[in-house]
Design a protein around this ligand. Structure first.
Ligand code: SF4
Length: 449
């Protein structure tokens, strides 16, 4: 097992970390998917309102690559297809049937699965929709089934604020996880890498995993983020492509081959100052925070984020969990003006810049909300971005090249290495949305092919 210490980064001390226990969530009535969340996918919707669907049945496919299908997270009736500007499909809601139908695929014993060829494994993953659980680096889009990744990485750690506990999620799923690793090994000519932190490395499900190369990462966030971990194991170079996925999805691949059914179960963490019941829940894909918190949170004063508070997506309280996410972060909205806020010493504030008195007397319970603490202002050239960036790039120069739309220059400055961790946005004293600028640049590259 290799050990890597990540030196640069920053731990944002959000309060309300999810308790390390798993509770059974009540069964949901409705689940949802968000076609807009898939990068570089132009969805062609295959269902209509009122149609009955089985769990695992394709709801939409990618127009450019029709073999990539996106499965329904539940069986029942399509109750709503919510569209945005230019009729872009934003969300599809499915009311679950009491006797939920599943799309059946062939099931395999571990021995039979072991004799499958790469082409057969790819075909089953594409047919079942599980192929969509894979993403490629660089640029985090769904990999092309035709290309063979140099390696496959499994994420089993989380260092972002309000961390999700991967070892809780895989308790009792050791066999499916091992089968998933073995099948993933068929998709690459290189190794399957399992990325851990000291906390997850000791869990039997990970320490006992075979046929994979294990790595442990320590240090401040984003030490536990898979894109950063890949950067330190197989740094990007032109033509190199690797694939990665979450450990729950790796176990899901094992479950799919064992049972012949699309795996709908998922452990989901809910945390944050505004979460009335911060813990891990055994539930299923596409559930809403309304269900997990039994409606006890107050949506009007809460920012609900699917994923990490630093780089997740804002969602409504009825909207489903993101396809790649394992947690909801519930933060206080910072929309109330603070009278003479600029004069206050900030004893309860956190500042990377040491701009507040709290840097002398650290607060026991820092006040962190979504308030930017000021408007966008001229960019100040400092080394604050470099001090938190855990990959070997210069974020300020990268951002400048993207702002003037010099994509070639951005690529030469390491756009492909960016882990999109969101830290440069968080620490930016000029309140510049680095994350949006970086994402726009990446989308431009993906659209140009
Ligand atoms: S450039 Fe910003 S978003 Fe990208 S890895 Fe560095 S800190 Fe994270």
């Amino acid at each position: 097992m290799s050990e890597t210490r990540i030196k640069r980064g920053f731990d944002v001390p959000l309060s309300g970390a999810p308790e390390r226990v798993v509770a059974d969530a009540p069964p949901p009535e409705t689940v949802a998917v968000r076609p807009v969340e898939f990068r570089a996918v132009k969805p062609k919707i295959l269902v209509k309102k009122g149609k009955q669907v089985a769990a695992g049945q394709p709801l939409f496919l990618d127009r450019a690559r029709p073999e990539i299908k996106f499965p329904s997270p539940g069986g029942g009736e399509v109750t709503e297809i919510r569209r945005g500007p230019r009729r872009v499909c934003k969300e599809i809601f499915i009311r679950l049937a009491s006797d939920e139908p599943f799309l059946e695929h062939p099931s395999h014993t571990p021995a039979r699965a072991g004799s499958l060829t790469r082409a057969q494994v790819v075909e089953i993953l594409l047919d079942s929709g599980m192929w969509t659980s894979l993403r490629r680096r660089p640029f985090h889009s769904i990999p092309d089934p035709e290309s063979t990744p140099e390696a496959i990485f499994i994420a089993a750690s989380d260092s972002s604020p309000l961390p999700f506990d991967a070892k809780l999620a895989l308790e009792g799923r050791e066999d499916d996880f091992q089968l998933g690793i073995d099948l993933l090994g068929k998709l690459t000519e290189g190794d399957v890498h399992l990325c851990l932190t000291p906390d997850t490395a000791s869990a039997p499900v990970f320490s006992g995993a075979r046929n994979c190369v294990k790595h442990t990462f320590t240090g401040p966030h984003p030490a536990g983020q898979i894109e950063v971990q890949i950067h330190h194991v197989l740094p990007y170079r032109k033509g190199r492509e690797v694939a990665y996925l979450d450990c729950q999805d790796a176990a899901g691949i094992g479950e799919l081959f064992r049972t012949g059914r699309y795996p709908v179960s998922r452990v989901v963490a809910v945390g944050g100052e505004k979460a009335p019941d911060p813990k891990h829940f055994r539930t299923r894909r596409g559930v809403s925070v309304d269900l997990l918190q039994r409606g006890r949170h107050s949506p009007a004063s809460t920012r609900i984020i699917s994923g990490s508070a630093l780089n997740g997506r804002m969602v409504s309280s009825a909207c489903g969990l993101g396809h790649y996410d394992s947690k909801f972060s519930l933060l206080p909205e910072g929309d109330a003006p603070e009278f003479l806020g600029w004069m206050r010493p900030g004893l309860d504030r956190i500042s990377r810049f040491r701009a507040f008195a709290s840097s002398l007397i650290p607060p026991k319970k820092p006040r962190i909300d979504t308030n930017l603490g000021g408007g966008v202002r001229a960019h100040v050239a400092t080394e604050i971005y470099e001090s938190v960036c855990a990959v070997d790039i210069l974020p300020a120069y990268l951002m400048k090249s993207l702002v003037i739309q010099d994509i070639e220059e951005a690529e030469s400055l390491g756009l492909a290495d960016c882990a999109e961790c969101g830290l440069c946005t968080y620490v930016c004293p000029s309140k510049i949305e680095f994350g949006e600028i970086i994402e726009r640049g990446i989308l431009e590259i993906l659209e140009d092919g």
